[in-house]
Write a protein that binds this ligand. Structure first.
Ligand SMILES: Nc1ncnc2c1ncn2[C@@H]1O[C@H](COP(=O)(O)OP(=O)(O)OP(=O)(O)O)[C@@H](O)[C@H]1O
Ligand SMILES: CC(=O)N[C@H]1[C@@H]2OC[C@@H](O2)[C@@H](O)[C@@H]1O[C@H](C)C(=O)O
Length: 373
């Protein structure tokens, strides 16, 4: 056994995904996975930090350490539930919580918090984090990073595949069956983030389960046209984005350009349609002869969204990654355990064709355990 842990808490702030994967004998086998909720306080602090992009350094330090403890507790809980001793785990790959992603400024950076000193100490397991910034030093976007894992796990010689992750933000990986054609991938824009934020304005829950609220709404074509005019959608690749750009302020600004009152659930349905269209436009623009699209991330549970994707991709099969043997909720966490494995093996984790980096690079910072070493 060659067991690695992956930890992902993504842009949706819906919790901490922890996976245990076995990479022995060149296989990629999910052993166990679970999502653990943030405490209400931590979720609120993270949300405020991300939504306002403002903080005191003291508070930032506190949230960084608190999140390190929350990750450690989640990891230790999964080890407890599975009865796997910590010293059977080679390493943890922890994505951390993105609080700001700025790939296109003078000194590009991507800030993930969740202190890895805490994780290495509280779990007794070597921890790897800060996966994005080395790629950015090399001129890359630092994102998306999962395409290399998608290639390792999901590439097929018989089928032209696209993997579509629909988390808070959406991103696709294009996997041509002919290996001579390069694997590519990029962020497509908002996944669930705007739908979530709009839903939270009108309900007490965090998201529109199964798309039930949107289901009864009607797409407002005028609003959709304005939403789709955003320059990010037409921007050349490589590209990546985040909540610092696509957020309620962005939406409010666009709503002022529509000279009429639109019912809230019609806005929800229009946001859903924008997510679907931005993904399917990206697929039709950048691929030829796609046979199948496999969806992962929480958006795969939204029936209305899945049907919208199908409507815009006639003749192409649209399923979830479960069909390929890995449930959609665990793809990102597994990807970061795989990236940790690559780092320890001194192998590159980024794909320059995806991020735009000048060359492949080993990614991440290693925080060695005291117990295993
Ligand atoms: N049953 C469901 N019905 C509809 N939507 C759902 C359901 N379950 C999850 N989601 C959506 O998926 C989101 C979480 O997705 P996921 O965990 O993939 O995002 P993330 O990892 O935080 O984001 P990212 O990939 O951008 O980092 C929720 O916020 C919600 O919008
Ligand atoms: C900066 C950042 O955290 N980006 C995330 C986000 O969520 C989806 C999309 O935007 C993707 O680019 C990336 O996450 C995945 C894990 C990635 O790097 O592939």
């Amino acid at each position: 056994m060659s067991l690695y842990i992956g930890v992902m808490s993504g842009t949706s702030l819906d919790g901490i995904d922890v996976s245990i994967t076995d990479f022995s004998d060149d296989q990629i086998q999910l052993v166990a996975a679970e999502t653990y909720p943030f405490s209400e306080q931590l979720r609120r602090d993270l949300h405020q930090l991300i939504a306002t992009a403002r903080t005191h350094l003291h508070q930032l330090g506190q949230i960084d350490i608190a999140l390190g403890h929350a990750y450690s507790e989640a990891i230790n809980q999964l080890l407890d539930e599975t009865q796997i001793p910590a010293n059977h785990i080679v390493a943890i790959g922890c994505h951390g919580q993105t609080v700001f992603h700025a790939p296109d400024c003078r000194y590009p950076f991507s800030m993930q918090i969740g202190n890895a000193n805490v994780i290495a100490e509280k779990t007794g397991i070597t921890t790897i984090t800060d996966f994005r910034q080395r790629d950015m030093v090399l001129g890359g976007q630092g994102a998306p990073l999962v395409p290399a894992f998608h290639q390792a796990l999901f590439h097929s010689h018989n089928e032209n595949r696209v993997i579509a992750n629909i988390g808070g933000i959406g991103n696709i990986t294009i996997l041509p069956k002919d290996k001579k054609n390069l694997v590519s991938g990029f962020d497509t824009g908002p996944g669930n983030v705007l739908m979530d934020e709009w839903y939270q304005q009108h309900h007490l829950d965090l998201y529109d389960a199964n798309g039930d609220w949107a289901r009864d709404g009607t797409v407002d074509e005028e609003l959709l046209d304005i939403l789709m005019m955003d320059s990010f959608f037409g921007q050349a690749i490589p590209k990546s984005t985040g909540r610092e750009y696509f957020n309620l302020k962005w939406l409010a600004n666009i709503l002022t350009q529509v000279d009429k009152a639109i019912p809230a659930k019609d806005i929800q349905k229009t946001l859903l349609e924008m997510t679907a269209r931005s993904i399917t436009d990206a697929i039709t623009t950048y691929t030829e002869d796609t046979d199948a699209v496999y969806v992962c991330g929480g958006g795969s549970h939204n029936e209305v969204l899945m049907n919208a994707l199908r409507k815009h991709l006639p003749g192409i099969s649209v399923e979830t990654t479960s069909k390929l043997g890995l449930a959609p909720d665990w793809v990102e966490a597994c990807a970061f355990s795989w990236l940790a494995m690559r780092t320890l093996a001194h192998q590159a984790g980024n794909l320059p064709a995806v991020t735009g980096a000048r060359k492949p690079s080993i990614l991440g910072a290693i925080y060695p355990s005291n117990i295993n070493s």
